[in-house]
Design a protein around this ligand. Structure first.
Ligand code: ZN
Length: 243
């Protein structure tokens, strides 16, 4: 097939590759041969009924990923209809299409916090008023970005399932878990200022919270009451029965 341009080549090749190779990471069942072509998802798993949206990019998956229509996507999140994501990184070398990596992000991690509304298209555009979104990849916890394909091969099913299980332990919305994860990185005796160093990271994870420091102190009190840490002195703490 002769393609009009690289973006058409990428689109057709991505779909062909996905249909021939991709599967539901949760139950390792291949997607059905038909692409669903709905507004918010591309594939549905015949086994567990989960839906998937496939995105492809020629750039390395780092900060932002261009999504499609904003309003239908946000509605899907609000109605608990958000699809899981499969993000495919490709390169085109001398008109040959190569898949570099595929990442799976479970729908639990696709919240309104990670969706950025883009400017509506200008009145001159063919689809004037149409509004897209960016997926804020850097707002999604790393453990939630599960590589399922890399270096020309799929990651083993066992490893994928293990990573999925592990990602369930981190709920992005959960302050307690985030603070525990931070404490795990610190020495047995730590201070409040050690945790305050993570303020920027916490701001990204909880963009709606404007009182990060008081929230940190509150979580430390909860952990003390639960017997997880001890208060030694003003602003000085000690880890107890975990890690
Ligand atoms: Zn499935």
């Amino acid at each position: 097939m002769i393609y009009k341009n690289k973006s058409q080549l990428a689109r057709v090749e991505t779909e062909n590759w996905a249909l021939a190779n991709l599967f539901c990471p949760k139950c390792s069942v291949a997607f059905m041969a038909e692409k669903a072509n709905t507004k918010v998802f591309d594939f549905r798993c015949a086994c567990c009924d989960e839906t998937y949206q496939l995105k492809s990019t020629s750039k390395k998956i780092t900060r932002k990923l261009l999504g499609s229509e904003y309003y239908s996507f946000v509605n899907a999140i609000k109605n608990n209809n958000c699809p899981n994501f499969l993000i495919l990184e490709y390169s085109i070398v001398a008109d040959h299409f190569f898949v570099n990596r595929v990442i799976y992000i479970a729908k639990e991690f696709i919240t309104e916090d990670v969706v950025e509304k883009r400017k509506p298209l200008s009145v001159d555009a063919r689809r004037a008023g149409w509004t897209g979104y960016n997926l804020l990849i850097d707002h999604i916890p790393l453990e939630a970005m599960i590589t399922i394909y890399e270096e020309s091969q799929f990651v083993s099913i066992q490893n994928i399932l293990f990573a999925i299980e592990k990602s369930k332990n981190i709920s992005k919305k959960d302050w307690g878990n985030e603070i525990i994860n931070i404490i795990r990185e610190l020495a047995v005796n730590f201070s409040l200022s050690d945790i305050y160093k993570y303020e920027e990271k916490l701001k990204i994870l909880f963009p709606k919270n404007k009182n990060i420091k008081p929230k940190i102190r509150q979580q430390l009190q909860i952990l003390r009451d639960a017997g997880k840490i001890d208060f030694l002195d003003r602003g000085k703490y000690k880890k107890l029965d975990f890690l």
